[in-house]
Design a protein around this ligand. Structure first.
Ligand code: CP
Length: 308
């Protein structure tokens, strides 16, 4: 695996190899940093052209724990503001001996473009591109589900909310179908969960009760206002009344259902605090596992030099 650009089309054994590798990097019950020398001498550049709290920080921690040299380009203060193109920026950072670029960009396809223009020893990891893909989020979601639920084959997973604008949902759906989840449901209003999502192999539900009834896993998504036109945008109150995950609605799912959310959460909109902070929530476990999953991804792509 030279680059990680999308989970779409990645074979099941590759996904499982990443999850299994991540398992070796998870430390339980201790704040002790487990530093390993796998990326000693390598340079990892974090290029976040779009804001991030979780992804950027956990990639930085992951690279540090792998003993890499880590550089976070401050995009606001970079020469991007003087009109330097994305590919020229990359070429200049390559001249500084970059080995891995972790790229988040508001344009779908930006990491793919970079991957087409980098020499064989350079690796690209997509940290979220437009509404297209967020592969490491998809993988940490799979890690979290496997951690709490074990095998995927008996699981019903309900993904609820703004699915059409969500790179997280798209990556989760690709990973869940590859890993053999019994049923994946896309739950939301027609504007945010359109019927053509069926083409991705999911069951589309416009009724919230139908969508989460009997689910083993509920993955809530925020309204991605930054990617919506006004016509599509439901009010926060309207959305909460119809699709917000309340304790009452959660009682429709299986008694041992887990509640996930990629963050950032909007309390009182897609999820009530009583659920987000409740016993079924694994939202902060997702964040924690994100470090191990990103360590796995960085170590796997960086060891793929000879496969160029
Ligand atoms: N889940 C996620 O991508 O969060 P950030 O935008 O904070 O990185």
């Amino acid at each position: 695996l030279r680059h990680l650009l999308t989970p779409e089309g990645l074979p099941r054994d590759v996904l499982l190899h990443i999850l299994d590798t991540a398992q070796g990097f998870v430390s339980f019950g201790s704040r002790e940093v487990k530093k390993v020398p796998l990326l000693r001498g390598k340079s990892v550049f974090n290029l976040f052209f779009e804001n991030s709290t979780r992804t950027r920080t956990t990639f930085e921690i992951a690279a540090q724990r792998l003993s890499a040299d880590v550089f976070n380009l401050d995009i606001q203060r970079s020469s991007t503001s003087k009109g330097e193109s994305l590919l020229d920026t990359i070429a200049n950072l390559e001249a500084m001996d970059a080995d891995v670029f972790v790229v988040r960009h508001s344009d779908s396809g930006a990491p793919f473009l970079i991957a087409q223009h980098t020499p064989p020893h350079v690796h690209i990891v997509n940290a979220g591109d437009g509404r297209h893909a967020h592969p490491t989020q998809g993988l940490l979601d799979m890690y979290t589900i496997r951690h709490f639920k074990g095998d995927f084959s008996n699981l019903t997973v309900a993904i609820v909310g703004d699915i059409v604008h969500s790179r997280v949902a798209r990556s989760a759906i690709h990973a869940l179908t590859t890993l053999g989840a019994a049923e994946v449901r896309a739950v939301g209003p027609k504007t945010l969960a359109p019927d053509n999502l069926r083409d991705m192999g999911v069951r589309v539900c416009h009724d919230m009760a139908e969508g989460i009834r009997g689910a083993d896993v509920i993955m809530m998504l925020r309204l991605q206002n930054e990617r919506m036109s006004g016509a599509l945008l439901p009010s926060a109150h309207e959305f909460n009344m119809t699709y917000g995950l309340t304790p009452e609605r959660l009682s429709l799912a299986r008694p041992d259902a887990i509640v996930m959310h990629p963050g950032p959460i909007n309390r009182g909109v897609e999820i009530d605090s009583a659920v987000a902070d409740g016993p079924r929530s694994v939202i902060l476990d997702q964040v924690r596992f994100g470090i191990a999953v990103r360590m796995a991804v960085l170590s796997i792509v960086a060891s793929a030099e000879s496969q160029a």
